[in-house]
Design a protein around this ligand. Sequence first.
Ligand code: ADP
Ligand code: MG
Length: 684
Amino acid sequence: MLELKSLKGIGQSILNKLNKAGINTVTDLLLHLPRYYQDRRTIIPIAHTTAGEKQQIEGVIRQVNINDIGKKHLTCYFFDSSGVCKMHLFKFYSNQTRLLQKGKIIRCFGEIVHNHHAVEITHPEWQILTDEDKGKKLGNIIPIYPTIEGISSAVFYKLILQLKDQIKLDEYMPLSLLQKHQLENINQALHTLHFPKNDNFDNLYNLSARARYRLALEELLAHNLNAKKARLHNQITSSARIAVNHTLLKTFLETLSFQPTPAQIRVINEILYDFTLNKPASRLVQGDVGSGKTVVAGAIVIQAAHNKLQSVMMAPTEILAKQHYHNLTNWLNIFNIPVVFIAQQLTTKARKEALKTIENQDNCVIIGTHAVFQNNIDYPNLGLVIIDEQHRFGVEQRLSLIEKAKTKNWQPHQIVMTATPIPRTLAMTVYGDLDLSIIDELPPNRKPITTSVLNQTKKQILITRLEQHIANNGQAYWVCPLIESSEVLITLQDAQSLFEMLSNMLPCARIGLIHGKLKAQHKEDIMQAFKSHELDILVATTVIEVGVDVPNANIMIIDNAERLGLSQLHQLRGRVGRGNKESNCILLYHSPLSNTAKKRLELMRKTQNGFVIAEEDLKLRGPGDIFGTNQTGGIQFKVADLSQHQALFDDVTNIAEAIIKQYPKHAEKIIHRWLNKTDEYIKA
Ligand code: ADP
Ligand code: MG
């Protein structure tokens, strides 16, 4: 098949962006599926538009008013033979507004609002028609693609259109299976999704749901086959021997400043039992935020060290790695176990010392970011690898990590830890190679987090309260969800303007701002400043780091909470409630609330149990939800969605077995098609 490069419109810069998002081949591009469709076949006379629907209208511009001072606002009136429409823009640039001139023809597509009797449209997609455009016939049914940074839906469409007559993927699913379930061939399915026929918009959603189902099945198979492969590999591999010393465990637990929970002890024992078997442990430890997973890590690295084996503990960010480093250094000190820290940016001296310890101390514990497996660091004696917050990467990345961690004689034991509750069906399908341990209780000293739901119109009261909180030496998070720019809604609070507003209103407060566009190092510096209380309020988008412990921060405000999925709300709330003070979580919403949103917020108010929340998340999640689409249990699927494809999960394991038996080569190819992405975690 074609190479990506050979498509018209792909230059080096677009290619880099695609690659960064894991799109490396034409097949990857084809698996980037539309999220919904727009009907651009007709232009509706302004007076005949339907409120609440996304429609296309067109008219001659009569007047443009631009307010550029303070809160930006542009209004543009245009009319057709039936009536007038008022367009609002709240974000705009001068190079765009220059185009909006009296007498020009504007074409808009967006949600129609009827405000009393006036027709209005806010932030539509709009274009000024050139003379050339005017002669052209109208549009089609247009697929709308998820955007990635720097690549709009329109660009994706332009690229994919070039493939219209060239979709020739191999079919790897057994024909009998497709027939039995009445599923399309892969190429037909891709055609249905990317190139909808112009005459059947009403039926399109049925057709596309069917095609998605077909692709979701194959995607889930890829994950399951991959997990099966990993498990098989494990069974024939020898591991480092770790003889368990129970007295040592007891001593360790007694030195802690707190009483370990029964769940922590149970999970530690489950892992230590794995060590006694002759194959590498491969276990997923799930425990809600704050359930105390780090202690589990501490307990098992001590056993490895006692057996003269090295352990690596890897965290997704430097700040988390440092946090682990400090905890473990404290705990392991009395056992005389050396602990070293590895990160991308170490001074030459620190690096040299760390490397020396790794070379000479056969019982040391190495803690760091992904840098622990880069830069050609050799671990001559590695017996155990612990990966914290593993939802940042998938099975594929984990396997390649293990490959790097291998020594001459054995494969290290592997423990992954996550705070994301993963529903059982999903865990079995996607993490079939891992055994499961669950820390299902929080330490008893935890003060519950009081959660309240507040209309954003009452923000002022909240800010006054925040002021008092800070005067009493308190700290708080204020999170604003980020949203793709094509869907900007005026009600949405964005982090930057919130930061400015709070800075104005609370001049005494030290406020930090953190969002995805910042460089990793800059983000960590801000987190660090918040942690050491050089900042009082941290305004953040949802990129806010997982797992960072700031015990003094005990207020979490989540703006536009109605736009977030339950799991995400739960993760965010877990940032507070880590100290010895009572904590509060305030969920701000903009009315009107949909029924589902109402239920979500209510559930958040009622429970703090992550597993209950994860299960409900699936039930309450509608196909149209913008947030958390395809994000299930922390795994980013291209197509599969646990809430819609639940039925598939039950079949996948069996189908995978049949494929392995009958078509072993196809099994490999399915894995390759779906999981052949760049190793984001390792490269990050
Ligand atoms: P997790 O990684 O599971 O989110 P951590 O390991 O960071 O949680 O632990 C959160 C906090 O709880 C830490 O300050 C830790 O020292 C403390 N902690 C862990 N276990 C217990 C326990 N059994 N009793 C009291 N505090 C605990
Ligand atoms: Mg943790």
